[in-house]
Ligand binder design. Structure first.
Ligand code: EPU
Length: 346
């Protein structure tokens, strides 16, 4: 069935039926959603929520679709924010959910405001950033998030919660748990820091430090440039090669478990955590099991970063899921560790 464009309210909301989702997920998996609707204001979102309730539809809020794997058609309504204002007042930037993430980073860095520079070029939108607490090169979104405003799906009220109330963790937040079905994020406020002599640059990631010094020294704009450079060299551009960045999380293990692995693989890549446990590099484990660069049909393991799965063209979500299951199986057999997906699988 072809997409149908219906107007359902005075606010001019258009609603698409049987909508192709290929362009709305960075894996470029070709599934359809039963309904698809965009909102560019709080009012238009409430209209969509009314329609959803009347028709008893399940929903999915989708920003850039940069962290999702569709394995089948979505039998509900996809709600897509397109509101895209950025308002900067002093050192606080408030960005609408539909703002492209890197546009926010570019804007704030160009104004001399630091905090997001290490998060340059992460695909996706501002509204998705708090959900999985995006992170890279020693920095996480939670380090700058001051508050998040969301619409309650049931109570239709505007809520504002502080960064602390978001219960941020490693690729985790309240929006993946208590508020999973209950919140549609409308805007996010970031507390930034004006660049000055005592600005706390974060160049603890070795390759970033090296690249920044190659560029002539540390500054937020050089950190942005270096980050873009490193990401472009390791991670596929989703516009060219479908992917959702890291497919799995780096697993956390206790010291005894790490010691057991070290006794067999002295070169294991790991990082100590504040709680006394260790994070082991999932990319290293996947590479060690021989999967780097290998494919099952059109679903493949990226040849420059084994934590990233890619769609070489026309892979289905099921193909990618099968590949991920094979990888999990081999990693568990070799290391006794179960990998957990970072992407949301639907
Ligand atoms: N490694 C390998 N082989 C590989 C990949 C990695 O041996 O194929 C080893 C290397 O020693 C490398 C180390 O693992 O130095 C770490 O790799 P990398 O710096 O690429 O980071 P990562 O742990 O694989 C995480 C995030 C990325 C983020 C980078 C940089 C997760 C799940 N992923 O990856 O985030 O960009 O650190 O900070 O934590 C994402 O979430 O989608 C994402 C790309």
């Amino acid at each position: 069935m072809a997409s149908v464009n219906k107007t359902i309210s005075d606010h001019g909301i258009s609603l698409m039926e049987n909508f192709p989702m290929e362009k709305y997920n960075t894996f470029h998996v070709a599934v359809n959603s039963k309904y698809f609707s965009e909102f560019d204001s709080d009012e238009s979102l409430y209209e969509i929520l009314d329609f959803m309730e009347t028709n008893k539809l399940s929903h999915l809020v989708l920003g850039g679709g940069a962290n999702i794997l569709f394995t089948k058609d979505f039998d509900g309504i996809v709600i897509h924010p397109v509101s895209d204002n950025i308002v900067v007042d002093g050192d606080i930037a408030v960005a609408d959910a539909g703002v492209v993430w890197d546009k926010l980073v570019e804007t704030t860095v160009s104004m001399g405001l630091g905090g997001l520079e290490n998060l340059s070029l992460i695909p996706g939108t501002v509204g998705a950033a708090p959900v999985q607490n995006i992170g890279a090169y020693g920095v996480e979104a939670k380090d700058s998030i001051l508050w998040v405003e969301y619409a309650g799906v049931k109570d239709r009220k505007l809520h504002r919660i502080s960064g602390k109330e978001c219960k941020f963790g490693y690729r985790d937040s309240i929006f993946k748990h208590e508020l999973k079905e209950e919140a549609v994020i409308l805007r996010v406020a970031f507390k930034l820091t004006r660049e000055s002599e005592d600005y706390p640059y974060n160049v603890e990631y070795g390759a970033l430090r090296a690249k920044v010094s190659e560029l002539g020294g540390v500054s937020i704009s050089n950190i942005r440039k270096a980050t873009i450079d490193i990401r472009s060299s390791k991670l596929p551009d989703p516009a060219i090669l479908g992917s959702a960045g890291s497919f799995f999380r780096n697993p956390e293990v206790a010291k005894e478990k790490l010691d057991g692995i070290k006794s067999r693989f002295s070169e294991v890549v790991y990082f100590p955590l504040e709680n006394g446990n260790y994070k082991i590099s999932a990319g290293w484990m996947i590479e060690k099991t021989g999967w780097k660069g290998r494919a099952i049909g059109n679903a493949a393991v990226h040849d420059k970063q084994a934590l990233v799965l890619v769609n070489k063209g026309f892979a289905t979500g099921q193909d990618i899921l099968r590949l991920s299951d094979s990888i999990r199986h081999d990693v568990e057999n070799t290391f006794g560790i179960i990998l957990h997906p970072e992407v949301i699988i639907l």
